[in-house]
Design a protein around this ligand. Structure first.
Ligand SMILES: C[S@@+](CC[C@H](N)C(=O)[O-])C[C@H]1O[C@@H](n2cnc3c(N)ncnc32)[C@H](O)[C@@H]1O
Length: 425
Protein backbone atom coordinates (compact mmCIF):
# COMPACT_ATOMS: atom_id res chain seq x y z
CA UNK A 1 0.00 0.00 0.00
CA UNK A 2 2.75 2.41 1.05
CA UNK A 3 4.59 1.65 -2.18
CA UNK A 4 1.44 2.35 -4.20
CA UNK A 5 1.07 5.78 -2.58
CA UNK A 6 4.72 6.43 -3.25
CA UNK A 7 4.33 5.50 -6.92
CA UNK A 8 1.34 7.87 -7.22
CA UNK A 9 3.33 10.67 -5.65
CA UNK A 10 6.19 10.03 -8.04
CA UNK A 11 3.84 10.14 -10.99
CA UNK A 12 2.43 13.47 -9.81
CA UNK A 13 5.95 14.77 -9.33
CA UNK A 14 6.83 13.83 -12.90
CA UNK A 15 3.79 15.80 -14.14
CA UNK A 16 4.79 18.81 -12.07
CA UNK A 17 8.36 18.72 -13.37
CA UNK A 18 7.04 18.53 -16.90
CA UNK A 19 4.88 21.61 -16.41
CA UNK A 20 7.81 23.48 -14.83
CA UNK A 21 9.81 22.81 -18.01
CA UNK A 22 7.03 24.42 -20.05
CA UNK A 23 6.99 27.45 -17.76
CA UNK A 24 10.75 27.87 -18.12
CA UNK A 25 10.38 27.72 -21.90
CA UNK A 26 7.71 30.39 -21.75
CA UNK A 27 9.92 32.58 -19.56
CA UNK A 28 12.77 32.19 -22.01
CA UNK A 29 10.52 33.12 -24.94
CA UNK A 30 9.39 36.29 -23.17
CA UNK A 31 12.97 37.07 -22.12
CA UNK A 32 12.00 37.13 -18.43
CA UNK A 33 13.84 34.07 -17.16
CA UNK A 34 16.63 35.82 -15.34
CA UNK A 35 15.13 39.24 -14.87
CA UNK A 36 14.41 40.32 -11.31
CA UNK A 37 12.56 43.36 -12.55
CA UNK A 38 9.70 42.24 -14.74
CA UNK A 39 8.20 45.21 -16.48
CA UNK A 40 4.72 44.02 -17.34
CA UNK A 41 1.96 42.58 -15.26
CA UNK A 42 1.90 39.47 -17.50
CA UNK A 43 5.65 38.96 -17.10
CA UNK A 44 5.26 39.34 -13.37
CA UNK A 45 2.44 36.77 -13.30
CA UNK A 46 4.55 34.36 -15.32
CA UNK A 47 7.46 34.72 -12.91
CA UNK A 48 5.09 34.19 -10.02
CA UNK A 49 3.51 31.13 -11.59
CA UNK A 50 6.93 29.61 -12.28
CA UNK A 51 8.07 30.30 -8.73
CA UNK A 52 4.86 28.97 -7.17
CA UNK A 53 5.04 25.89 -9.29
CA UNK A 54 8.67 25.37 -8.33
CA UNK A 55 7.58 25.57 -4.69
CA UNK A 56 4.97 22.91 -5.28
CA UNK A 57 7.60 20.60 -6.73
CA UNK A 58 9.95 21.12 -3.86
CA UNK A 59 7.09 20.51 -1.40
CA UNK A 60 6.25 17.27 -3.21
CA UNK A 61 9.93 16.25 -3.05
CA UNK A 62 9.99 16.87 0.69
CA UNK A 63 6.80 14.86 1.15
CA UNK A 64 8.39 12.05 -0.78
CA UNK A 65 11.56 12.29 1.28
CA UNK A 66 9.54 12.10 4.49
CA UNK A 67 8.06 8.80 3.26
CA UNK A 68 11.40 7.22 2.51
CA UNK A 69 13.88 8.86 4.86
CA UNK A 70 14.60 7.40 8.28
CA UNK A 71 12.40 9.49 10.60
CA UNK A 72 15.18 10.05 13.11
CA UNK A 73 17.37 11.31 10.30
CA UNK A 74 14.56 13.70 9.29
CA UNK A 75 14.42 15.03 12.84
CA UNK A 76 18.16 15.41 13.17
CA UNK A 77 18.27 17.24 9.86
CA UNK A 78 15.65 19.74 11.07
CA UNK A 79 17.34 20.10 14.43
CA UNK A 80 20.71 20.66 12.83
CA UNK A 81 19.52 23.01 10.12
CA UNK A 82 21.22 25.86 11.97
CA UNK A 83 24.57 24.48 10.80
CA UNK A 84 23.65 25.34 7.19
CA UNK A 85 22.74 28.90 8.20
CA UNK A 86 25.94 29.19 10.21
CA UNK A 87 28.09 27.88 7.34
CA UNK A 88 26.38 30.23 4.90
CA UNK A 89 27.03 33.15 7.26
CA UNK A 90 30.77 32.39 7.13
CA UNK A 91 30.73 31.96 3.35
CA UNK A 92 28.99 35.32 2.88
CA UNK A 93 31.33 37.03 5.29
CA UNK A 94 34.26 35.73 3.22
CA UNK A 95 32.67 36.76 -0.11
CA UNK A 96 33.12 33.19 -1.26
CA UNK A 97 30.55 33.39 -4.04
CA UNK A 98 32.05 36.51 -5.58
CA UNK A 99 35.36 34.66 -5.64
CA UNK A 100 34.02 31.56 -7.38
CA UNK A 101 34.91 31.50 -11.06
CA UNK A 102 31.74 32.39 -12.98
CA UNK A 103 32.28 29.68 -15.61
CA UNK A 104 31.57 25.97 -15.63
CA UNK A 105 35.08 24.91 -14.60
CA UNK A 106 34.74 26.41 -11.13
CA UNK A 107 37.49 27.08 -8.61
CA UNK A 108 39.72 24.65 -6.64
CA UNK A 109 39.32 24.96 -2.90
CA UNK A 110 43.01 25.92 -2.34
CA UNK A 111 42.63 28.84 -4.71
CA UNK A 112 39.29 29.86 -3.20
CA UNK A 113 40.76 29.76 0.31
CA UNK A 114 43.65 31.97 -0.77
CA UNK A 115 41.36 34.48 -2.49
CA UNK A 116 39.05 34.68 0.51
CA UNK A 117 41.81 34.82 3.13
CA UNK A 118 40.60 31.68 4.97
CA UNK A 119 42.28 28.41 5.84
CA UNK A 120 41.61 25.61 3.40
CA UNK A 121 40.70 23.37 6.33
CA UNK A 122 37.88 25.69 7.39
CA UNK A 123 36.67 26.65 3.97
CA UNK A 124 36.31 23.12 2.62
CA UNK A 125 34.02 22.28 5.54
CA UNK A 126 31.97 25.41 5.00
CA UNK A 127 31.71 24.72 1.27
CA UNK A 128 30.62 21.14 1.78
CA UNK A 129 27.65 22.27 3.82
CA UNK A 130 26.73 24.95 1.30
CA UNK A 131 26.96 22.36 -1.48
CA UNK A 132 24.68 19.97 0.46
CA UNK A 133 22.08 22.73 0.18
CA UNK A 134 22.89 23.31 -3.51
CA UNK A 135 24.47 26.68 -2.78
CA UNK A 136 27.42 25.82 -5.08
CA UNK A 137 28.40 22.37 -6.32
CA UNK A 138 31.49 20.24 -5.80
CA UNK A 139 31.59 18.85 -9.32
CA UNK A 140 35.11 17.38 -9.07
CA UNK A 141 37.10 16.60 -5.90
CA UNK A 142 37.75 19.91 -4.11
CA UNK A 143 36.53 21.97 -7.05
CA UNK A 144 33.45 24.14 -6.64
CA UNK A 145 31.29 25.92 -9.15
CA UNK A 146 28.17 28.03 -9.12
CA UNK A 147 24.59 26.82 -8.91
CA UNK A 148 21.38 28.85 -9.40
CA UNK A 149 21.29 29.63 -5.67
CA UNK A 150 24.93 30.70 -5.35
CA UNK A 151 24.54 32.91 -8.46
CA UNK A 152 21.51 34.56 -6.84
CA UNK A 153 23.83 35.59 -4.01
CA UNK A 154 25.84 37.73 -6.43
CA UNK A 155 22.93 40.17 -6.29
CA UNK A 156 23.67 42.71 -3.56
CA UNK A 157 20.10 42.94 -2.25
CA UNK A 158 19.62 39.17 -2.06
CA UNK A 159 22.99 38.73 -0.41
CA UNK A 160 22.26 41.47 2.18
CA UNK A 161 18.93 39.86 2.99
CA UNK A 162 20.36 36.36 3.36
CA UNK A 163 23.25 37.66 5.42
CA UNK A 164 20.88 39.44 7.80
CA UNK A 165 18.86 36.23 8.24
CA UNK A 166 21.83 33.94 8.84
CA UNK A 167 23.48 36.35 11.25
CA UNK A 168 20.91 38.41 13.17
CA UNK A 169 17.93 36.12 12.48
CA UNK A 170 19.77 32.98 13.51
CA UNK A 171 21.05 34.66 16.65
CA UNK A 172 17.54 35.82 17.71
CA UNK A 173 16.03 32.43 16.88
CA UNK A 174 18.54 30.75 19.18
CA UNK A 175 17.00 32.62 22.12
CA UNK A 176 13.34 32.07 21.19
CA UNK A 177 12.59 29.04 23.37
CA UNK A 178 14.38 30.44 26.41
CA UNK A 179 12.63 33.82 26.10
CA UNK A 180 9.08 32.54 25.52
CA UNK A 181 9.53 30.16 28.45
CA UNK A 182 10.32 33.14 30.62
CA UNK A 183 7.32 34.99 29.10
CA UNK A 184 4.96 32.14 30.12
CA UNK A 185 4.69 31.08 26.48
CA UNK A 186 2.84 34.25 25.50
CA UNK A 187 3.61 36.65 22.66
CA UNK A 188 4.11 39.58 25.00
CA UNK A 189 3.23 43.09 23.83
CA UNK A 190 6.65 44.15 25.02
CA UNK A 191 9.48 44.53 22.54
CA UNK A 192 12.03 44.81 25.34
CA UNK A 193 11.28 41.21 26.27
CA UNK A 194 11.81 39.82 22.79
CA UNK A 195 14.49 37.18 22.11
CA UNK A 196 16.41 39.90 20.21
CA UNK A 197 17.23 41.70 23.47
CA UNK A 198 18.70 38.57 24.99
CA UNK A 199 20.53 37.64 21.83
CA UNK A 200 22.20 41.04 21.62
CA UNK A 201 22.44 41.50 25.42
CA UNK A 202 20.78 44.88 25.12
CA UNK A 203 18.18 46.95 26.93
CA UNK A 204 17.34 48.68 23.61
CA UNK A 205 14.63 47.34 21.35
CA UNK A 206 15.25 46.15 17.78
CA UNK A 207 15.11 49.51 15.96
CA UNK A 208 16.76 51.48 18.79
CA UNK A 209 19.63 49.00 18.72
CA UNK A 210 20.16 49.30 14.98
CA UNK A 211 19.77 53.08 14.98
CA UNK A 212 21.77 53.95 18.08
CA UNK A 213 23.85 51.07 19.46
CA UNK A 214 25.31 49.11 16.55
CA UNK A 215 25.05 51.43 13.57
CA UNK A 216 27.16 49.21 11.33
CA UNK A 217 24.75 46.35 11.89
CA UNK A 218 21.89 48.83 11.38
CA UNK A 219 23.27 49.80 7.97
CA UNK A 220 23.38 46.11 7.05
CA UNK A 221 19.77 45.73 8.16
CA UNK A 222 18.71 48.65 5.95
CA UNK A 223 20.45 47.06 2.98
CA UNK A 224 18.67 43.79 3.76
CA UNK A 225 15.32 45.55 3.84
CA UNK A 226 15.97 46.91 0.37
CA UNK A 227 15.87 43.33 -0.92
CA UNK A 228 13.17 41.95 1.34
CA UNK A 229 9.57 42.54 0.53
CA UNK A 230 9.14 42.98 -3.19
CA UNK A 231 10.31 39.54 -4.20
CA UNK A 232 9.63 36.07 -2.90
CA UNK A 233 7.36 37.13 -0.05
CA UNK A 234 5.18 39.48 -1.86
CA UNK A 235 3.76 41.03 -4.94
CA UNK A 236 5.13 44.56 -5.44
CA UNK A 237 2.62 47.36 -4.81
CA UNK A 238 2.71 48.55 -8.42
CA UNK A 239 1.40 45.22 -9.63
CA UNK A 240 -1.58 45.57 -7.29
CA UNK A 241 -2.61 49.21 -6.93
CA UNK A 242 -3.55 51.38 -9.94
CA UNK A 243 -0.96 54.13 -9.38
CA UNK A 244 -1.45 55.21 -12.99
CA UNK A 245 -4.89 56.55 -11.99
CA UNK A 246 -3.37 59.07 -9.58
CA UNK A 247 -3.35 62.62 -10.95
CA UNK A 248 -0.23 64.17 -12.41
CA UNK A 249 1.96 65.68 -9.67
CA UNK A 250 0.40 63.47 -6.96
CA UNK A 251 2.66 62.93 -3.95
CA UNK A 252 3.49 59.60 -2.37
CA UNK A 253 4.83 59.89 1.18
CA UNK A 254 6.86 56.76 1.85
CA UNK A 255 6.60 56.62 5.65
CA UNK A 256 9.37 54.49 7.20
CA UNK A 257 10.57 54.12 3.60
CA UNK A 258 14.09 52.92 4.42
CA UNK A 259 16.47 53.51 1.53
CA UNK A 260 13.60 54.42 -0.78
CA UNK A 261 13.39 50.99 -2.37
CA UNK A 262 9.63 51.15 -2.93
CA UNK A 263 9.68 54.77 -4.10
CA UNK A 264 12.44 54.01 -6.60
CA UNK A 265 10.47 51.21 -8.21
CA UNK A 266 7.28 53.25 -8.31
CA UNK A 267 9.05 56.40 -9.49
CA UNK A 268 10.72 54.68 -12.43
CA UNK A 269 7.41 53.31 -13.53
CA UNK A 270 5.24 56.39 -12.89
CA UNK A 271 6.97 59.60 -14.04
CA UNK A 272 3.89 61.67 -13.14
CA UNK A 273 4.32 61.02 -9.38
CA UNK A 274 6.52 62.72 -6.76
CA UNK A 275 7.95 61.08 -3.67
CA UNK A 276 8.93 61.99 -0.12
CA UNK A 277 10.89 59.22 1.60
CA UNK A 278 10.79 59.54 5.38
CA UNK A 279 12.74 57.53 7.93
CA UNK A 280 14.92 57.96 11.02
CA UNK A 281 17.89 60.29 10.69
CA UNK A 282 20.55 57.60 10.52
CA UNK A 283 18.68 55.77 7.74
CA UNK A 284 18.02 58.91 5.70
CA UNK A 285 21.61 60.13 6.04
CA UNK A 286 22.94 56.76 4.85
CA UNK A 287 20.42 56.68 2.00
CA UNK A 288 21.36 60.20 0.87
CA UNK A 289 25.00 59.14 0.87
CA UNK A 290 24.76 55.68 -0.72
CA UNK A 291 21.44 55.19 -2.48
CA UNK A 292 21.45 55.21 -6.24
CA UNK A 293 18.51 57.50 -6.95
CA UNK A 294 17.28 56.74 -10.48
CA UNK A 295 18.28 59.67 -12.67
CA UNK A 296 14.69 60.14 -13.89
CA UNK A 297 13.65 60.80 -10.28
CA UNK A 298 16.21 63.36 -9.20
CA UNK A 299 13.66 66.21 -9.34
CA UNK A 300 10.80 64.16 -7.97
CA UNK A 301 12.25 62.65 -4.82
CA UNK A 302 12.93 64.23 -1.43
CA UNK A 303 14.58 62.61 1.57
CA UNK A 304 13.17 63.71 4.93
CA UNK A 305 14.21 62.75 8.42
CA UNK A 306 10.95 62.08 10.18
CA UNK A 307 9.91 60.02 13.18
CA UNK A 308 6.50 58.60 12.37
CA UNK A 309 5.32 59.10 15.94
CA UNK A 310 5.61 62.87 15.39
CA UNK A 311 3.22 65.17 13.50
CA UNK A 312 3.30 64.37 9.76
CA UNK A 313 4.80 67.36 7.92
CA UNK A 314 3.35 66.58 4.46
CA UNK A 315 -0.33 67.45 4.59
CA UNK A 316 -3.04 66.25 2.22
CA UNK A 317 -0.79 63.92 0.20
CA UNK A 318 -2.48 61.54 -2.22
CA UNK A 319 -0.81 58.46 -0.75
CA UNK A 320 0.82 57.75 2.60
CA UNK A 321 2.59 54.46 2.09
CA UNK A 322 3.13 52.28 5.16
CA UNK A 323 5.05 49.43 3.62
CA UNK A 324 5.98 46.75 6.15
CA UNK A 325 5.93 49.25 8.96
CA UNK A 326 2.87 48.42 11.08
CA UNK A 327 3.80 44.72 11.19
CA UNK A 328 6.73 45.76 13.40
CA UNK A 329 4.55 47.54 15.96
CA UNK A 330 2.01 46.74 18.64
CA UNK A 331 -1.50 48.16 18.41
CA UNK A 332 -0.80 51.05 20.77
CA UNK A 333 2.10 52.28 18.59
CA UNK A 334 0.24 51.61 15.32
CA UNK A 335 -2.59 53.80 16.58
CA UNK A 336 -0.15 56.63 17.23
CA UNK A 337 1.32 56.26 13.73
CA UNK A 338 -2.10 56.08 12.06
CA UNK A 339 -3.47 59.07 14.04
CA UNK A 340 -0.56 61.20 12.86
CA UNK A 341 -1.51 60.37 9.28
CA UNK A 342 -5.25 60.81 9.83
CA UNK A 343 -4.50 64.30 11.23
CA UNK A 344 -3.05 65.37 7.89
CA UNK A 345 -5.21 63.46 5.41
CA UNK A 346 -7.92 65.12 3.40
CA UNK A 347 -11.11 63.17 2.88
CA UNK A 348 -11.25 64.01 -0.82
CA UNK A 349 -7.93 62.68 -2.12
CA UNK A 350 -5.76 61.13 0.60
CA UNK A 351 -5.38 57.47 1.30
CA UNK A 352 -3.06 55.29 3.34
CA UNK A 353 -1.70 52.25 1.56
CA UNK A 354 -0.71 49.60 4.06
CA UNK A 355 1.45 46.87 2.60
CA UNK A 356 1.57 44.22 5.28
CA UNK A 357 0.25 40.79 6.25
CA UNK A 358 -3.09 39.30 7.16
CA UNK A 359 -3.31 36.34 9.49
CA UNK A 360 -5.48 33.67 7.87
CA UNK A 361 -6.49 30.22 9.07
CA UNK A 362 -5.59 28.12 6.05
CA UNK A 363 -4.39 24.54 6.43
CA UNK A 364 -0.62 24.18 6.57
CA UNK A 365 -0.67 22.35 3.25
CA UNK A 366 -2.04 25.53 1.63
CA UNK A 367 0.12 28.00 3.51
CA UNK A 368 3.36 29.60 2.50
CA UNK A 369 6.17 28.19 4.63
CA UNK A 370 8.19 31.37 4.11
CA UNK A 371 5.38 33.54 5.54
CA UNK A 372 5.10 31.23 8.54
CA UNK A 373 8.88 31.52 8.97
CA UNK A 374 8.59 35.30 8.75
CA UNK A 375 6.17 35.28 11.70
CA UNK A 376 8.57 33.26 13.87
CA UNK A 377 11.27 35.73 12.81
CA UNK A 378 8.99 38.66 13.84
CA UNK A 379 8.37 37.13 17.26
CA UNK A 380 12.09 36.46 17.67
CA UNK A 381 13.00 40.04 16.83
CA UNK A 382 10.20 42.12 18.30
CA UNK A 383 7.40 39.93 19.70
CA UNK A 384 5.20 40.98 16.79
CA UNK A 385 2.77 38.84 14.78
CA UNK A 386 0.36 39.21 11.85
CA UNK A 387 -3.19 40.62 12.36
CA UNK A 388 -6.45 39.14 11.09
CA UNK A 389 -8.71 41.29 8.87
CA UNK A 390 -11.04 41.96 11.79
CA UNK A 391 -8.05 43.02 13.91
CA UNK A 392 -6.98 45.41 11.13
CA UNK A 393 -10.46 46.91 10.99
CA UNK A 394 -10.61 47.41 14.76
CA UNK A 395 -7.12 48.91 14.73
CA UNK A 396 -8.19 51.51 12.16
CA UNK A 397 -11.44 52.28 13.89
CA UNK A 398 -9.75 52.67 17.27
CA UNK A 399 -7.06 54.89 15.75
CA UNK A 400 -9.55 57.43 14.41
CA UNK A 401 -13.29 57.24 13.75
CA UNK A 402 -13.77 57.49 9.99
CA UNK A 403 -10.58 55.61 9.06
CA UNK A 404 -11.93 52.71 7.06
CA UNK A 405 -10.60 49.81 5.09
CA UNK A 406 -11.65 50.68 1.57
CA UNK A 407 -9.98 47.87 -0.38
CA UNK A 408 -7.93 44.79 0.44
CA UNK A 409 -5.85 42.88 -2.08
CA UNK A 410 -4.72 39.65 -0.49
CA UNK A 411 -1.88 37.59 -1.85
CA UNK A 412 -0.81 34.08 -0.96
CA UNK A 413 1.05 33.59 2.28
CA UNK A 414 -0.94 36.36 3.96
CA UNK A 415 0.70 39.30 2.19
CA UNK A 416 -1.85 42.05 1.57
CA UNK A 417 -2.16 45.60 0.32
CA UNK A 418 -4.85 47.59 2.12
CA UNK A 419 -6.25 50.93 1.01
CA UNK A 420 -7.48 53.05 3.90
CA UNK A 421 -9.53 56.21 3.51
CA UNK A 422 -10.80 58.84 5.90
CA UNK A 423 -14.54 59.24 5.62
CA UNK A 424 -16.52 62.32 6.66
CA UNK A 425 -18.44 61.59 9.84
C1 LIG B 1 10.68 46.72 7.92
S1 LIG B 1 11.41 48.21 7.41
C2 LIG B 1 10.44 48.57 5.96
C3 LIG B 1 11.14 49.48 5.01
C4 LIG B 1 10.36 49.81 3.74
N1 LIG B 1 9.17 50.55 4.03
C5 LIG B 1 10.04 48.55 2.95
O1 LIG B 1 8.88 48.19 2.80
O2 LIG B 1 11.00 47.90 2.46
C6 LIG B 1 10.76 49.40 8.57
C7 LIG B 1 11.35 50.78 8.40
O3 LIG B 1 10.78 51.63 9.41
C8 LIG B 1 11.79 52.52 9.87
N2 LIG B 1 11.46 53.04 11.21
C9 LIG B 1 11.50 52.38 12.39
N3 LIG B 1 11.13 53.22 13.39
C10 LIG B 1 10.84 54.41 12.81
C11 LIG B 1 10.35 55.67 13.31
N4 LIG B 1 10.11 55.84 14.62
N5 LIG B 1 10.14 56.66 12.44
C12 LIG B 1 10.38 56.49 11.11
N6 LIG B 1 10.83 55.31 10.57
C13 LIG B 1 11.05 54.30 11.41
C14 LIG B 1 13.03 51.64 9.87
O4 LIG B 1 14.22 52.40 9.91
C15 LIG B 1 12.84 50.85 8.58
O5 LIG B 1 13.42 51.53 7.48
Amino acid sequence: MAMKVLAQKLERLADLVDKQGCLYDLQEQTGQRSSSDPVTYEAHRLNEETRDHGREISKACRELASQVQDPVETLIEVAWSYTSSAALAVALDLNVFQNLDPGETGTPIEQLAKKCGASEGLLKRIMRLCAHKSISEEFAPGRYRHTRASRALLDEGTSALVQYLVEDGLRCGAYLSETVRENDYQILENRYRAPFCRAFATTSDFYEYYALVDKKRGAKFDRAMAGFYDGIWDRPQEVIFPFHHLPSGATIVDVGGGRGQNSFRLGIRYPHLSFVVQDLEIVIEAAKRDANVPSSMLNRLQWKTHNFFDAQPVTGADVYLLSHVLMDHFDSDCKRILRRLADTMTTSNSRILIHDYVDGEKLVSQRSELADMLEIHGISCQNTRFRSISEWKSLLDESRKGLVLHNVWEYEGGAALMEVKLEEL
